[in-house]
Design a protein around this ligand. Sequence first.
Ligand code: GLP
Length: 288
Amino acid sequence: MEVIIQSNAEAAAQAVADFVALALSAKPDLVLGLATGCTMESVYDRLVQKHQDEGLDFSQCRTFNLDEYVGLAADDPCSYHYFMRRRFFDNVNIELRNTHLPDGMAADLQAECANYEKHIVENGGIDLQLLGIGLNGHLGFNEPLSAFRSRTRVQTLSRVTRTQNASLFPKPRQVPPQAITMGVGTILEARHCLLLATGPDKAEIVAKAIEGPLTAMIPATTLQLHPACTIVLDEEGAGSLRENDQYRRVGSLQNAVPRKSKVTVTQNRDGGHQQPTTTRKPLLAGKP
Ligand code: GLP
């Protein structure tokens, strides 16, 4: 796991958008896993900006969102379908037929979940999965006690989650009690996971997710098992981390590594090998 700490929420969102842009440039038909939530809004704003200003091309990109509420139609302003179209899809050159969200109105929800998994596999699996984190440590809508190997399924939302998301609905009691979510196992199969968390409210759960013991009670701790996971935080979100200094030190060392080149091993005069030097710059820089 790599922890990147940026000076503020804007810089953190920019780092995530830059990462997505690099991944998309490297693989134009990227299979991108998408997340919703207020934290992600500024990432989508920046991606739209990159499309408009720099011509970032989404024409071949395929997307799979993490989740959708059960019982909300795509044109319901509180649905994630609506959020994604308004914040992102309608503002870039993505083909709507290449965008996927679970259908919370499906007559057969179990079949819908199974089909969603099938679709991900048919598209070659998710290359890069964007993630936010709930105040209880949920990923997508994988609530506490979600199995590590869980797949896309219907989840009953916890009280914490319904309270957290209540401000996005006209009345708190209108938050649906259930949602379809990719499972923890589905998320962990993405080739790269990239979680963004900002603000003081997230500091405690972020510290538990990164440094705490692995537990199904905090689904985000399972990211510790992922071989390629990057966590991007702002100063406030990083506020409760014990090893805060170490992450900064590692981040800034990586930042010093120049971009794009090969590893070179040079010989000393006495025939011994010097330390290999690499010029490959990481996709995300450790400092703003
Ligand atoms: C919802 C989504 C989660 C997201 C969370 C974070 O619950 N289902 O995928 O991580 O919101 O929300 P916010 O960024 O608003 O704190």
